[in-house]
Design a protein around this ligand. Sequence first.
Ligand SMILES: Nc1ncnc2c1ncn2[C@@H]1O[C@H](COP(=O)(O)OP(=O)(O)OP(=O)(O)O)[C@@H](O)[C@H]1O
Length: 254
Amino acid sequence: MLKVDGIEKSYKQGGLFSKQKQQVLKKVAFECQQGECLGIIGESGSGKSTLGRLILGIEKPDRGRILFEGKNVNNRCVRMGSISAVFQNYTSSINPFLTVEEAIMEPLKAQKKVKADMQSKVETLLHQVGLNPSYRLKYPHELSGGEAQRVCIARAISTEPRCIVFDEAISSLDVSVQIQVLRLLEELKQFYQMSYVFITHDIQAAAYICDRVLIFRDGQIEEMVPIKQLKDVQSDYARKLLTYLITFQGEDQG
Ligand SMILES: Nc1ncnc2c1ncn2[C@@H]1O[C@H](COP(=O)(O)OP(=O)(O)OP(=O)(O)O)[C@@H](O)[C@H]1O
């Protein structure tokens, strides 16, 4: 369903007149099947978010292509309503001047799919993400972090997409809220039969929700493993990275 085919991406480095470039993604190729959750794990700066932006069509690759159900995501019509995103910064993801209802309706408005029974659609979505219908009229500053992220999730699923890219989407939440949100994401994935691309540093979250993980190193795929075989990764780098992340997170959580 999602095919990333030999993509490369560089960014200009240095000042205005500099000709130096930093290659951030190098011939990245993989596929994500329908209903699959594919984790992307890698060190900071390894290019995970860049890859996420390319899948979302926010930026274009220099070389290679990303196909969604056989069509290039460069085409807005291919991705609109079909591929959504949930980012880490839930507070800045919602316009502070919009009510929860307006924020959730934004993608539907962009698709010109606003119908007369919008209130009940918003209430259904709120219910699906575990929020009371009364949240419809609240503003972002009246929400806790977990509630705001649920609103972002409601917005992401409003168009019933077939794929969602999560970029560190649960990283800023308290551990207990992270677990609730992960459960919610699992339920929604089953319900809508969606695919997830789950970018994370959190190995435990990946182990909970992902079917496979792709270990990213310096803009390239170091290794791709089914989650059940995570402890049997082959490369030295992947083993070291996973050990580091497990130790680091263990310390972080007490
Ligand atoms: N728009 C941009 N212009 C220039 N350089 C960029 C741009 N976006 C990303 N980079 C650079 O590309 C590299 C990869 O960044 P990216 O955010 O994709 O990494 P990441 O793996 O998601 O890191 P993190 O886990 O810290 O979010 C970094 O060196 C970053 O500075």
